[in-house]
Design a protein around this ligand. Structure first.
Ligand code: ZN
Length: 197
């Protein structure tokens, strides 16, 4: 599994619907993967990336609300838990796994973020604003939930054409072998779980 270059998978890749498993150990290889996740996120002009968006079934995500290396705050959260949701706010969201699609999504205004950083230090902090939105979006990913699952039927109708295009693209890449078979994807996930979860 070392030889596979890390890349962002797009809807309807099955790992995006997979409930990720808690990480039991962090080693040099996983640290390198997290580094590569930041690279991919910045290249794609994103502000957050969950491990299952790079086809890894592990409960961790990276984020940086500034979206630029060297700017803002780089956050790595392992085994996140969200608590004490307060308020509701609507804001436009997109997703690196749903390229080109955007819609306003209702999220809690503030919350408490618990989890671990890369050094194994406990995270326990109140977050609000844009960072709170990013964290809720990434946390959803780890449970196999996409922002399109949080839209009204009317909002979904507006995105239907774009979703269909992604579906057609995915199916054609599956046919040509650019995307591995469902069983190959599942066995790769099992290898990663064996190693880290
Ligand atoms: Zn996303």
């Amino acid at each position: 599994m070392d030889s596979d270059p890390l890349r962002i998978v797009t809807y309807p890749h099955p790992t995006l619907r997979y409930e990720s498993k808690p990480v039991l150990r962090v080693d040099a290889r996983l640290r390198k993967i997290i580094d590569q996740m930041f690279d991919l996120m910045y290249e794609a002009r994103g502000v957050g990336l969950a491990a299952n968006q790079v086809d890894l079934p592990l409960r961790l995500f990276v984020a940086n609300p500034a979206g630029e290396r060297g700017d803002g705050e780089e956050l790595v959260v392992i085994n996140p838990v969200l608590d004490q949701f307060k308020g509701t706010t609507h804001g436009e969201e997109g997703c690196l796994s749903l390229p080109g699609l955007y819609a306003p999504v209702a999220r809690a205004k503030s919350l408490k973020l618990l989890g671990y950083d890369l050094k194994g230090q406990a995270i326990n902090r109140e977050v609000d604003g844009y960072l709170a939105r990013i964290i809720q979006h990434e946390y959803d990913h780890l449970n196999g939930v996409l922002f399109i699952d949080r839209l009204s039927e009317e909002q979904l109708r507006d995105l239907a054409h774009g979703l269909e295009e992604l579906q057609i693209d995915f199916e054609s890449k599956s046919r040509t072998g650019t995307i591995p078979s469902a069983s190959a994807i599942a066995s790769r996930r099992a290898e990663w779980e064996q190693a880290y979860a």
